[in-house]
Design a binder for this molecule. Sequence first.
Ligand SMILES: [Zn+2]
Length: 198
Amino acid sequence: MKLLPHATAGAILSVPVFVWSPSGALIAFLSTTLIDIDHLLFYSLHTGRIPLAPPGPVSAYKKWSYFGPRVQLLHNYETLLVISALAWFYGGLFVYAFLGIAIHLIMDQAEGYSRYRFFRIRSLAGDFFRYRSYRKALRAGSEKEYLVAWRDDWLGHLRHVFGEEKGSEIGEKCGIFNTYKETGIDMSKTGATWRDLL
Ligand SMILES: [Zn+2]
């Protein structure tokens, strides 16, 4: 999701918080808005490049962040659990950080579900294992095969949920065909395979 809806949600949250805690309002606003920084962090680790001129390279990466293997250090259930534990035990500013992060993740999850019927906020451990298997394929020189299989699962999921035509159309928007159009799509794969990856 883009920065503006998150910043708007953060601003709305910070208004009532400001009444009893101005510093809490700032934390609420920043935590709702800034956790997307992990997109940049993963982009740097994944590509070995520093995103000097966002949003150019970052918007290209965004497609990858939906259908490719990726690790998002702040967009996951574990982060939410840790921050909720901190809020529970220490209270104070952690409560506002928890509120901000929870609202951000709910917005992202709702967006991913409405656009792709896909819960993109997942477990950090699962992300790590998936990404590790991708790196393994990369080292073995079979990156393309790995990603084509991954793409087919993703397309299988989209077609399974939205139907043949609309699913393909949505797939186009994700840039899947643009990135890996040279290999035919294995239609024997269905959403069931994709679900195994979640
Ligand atoms: Zn986000």
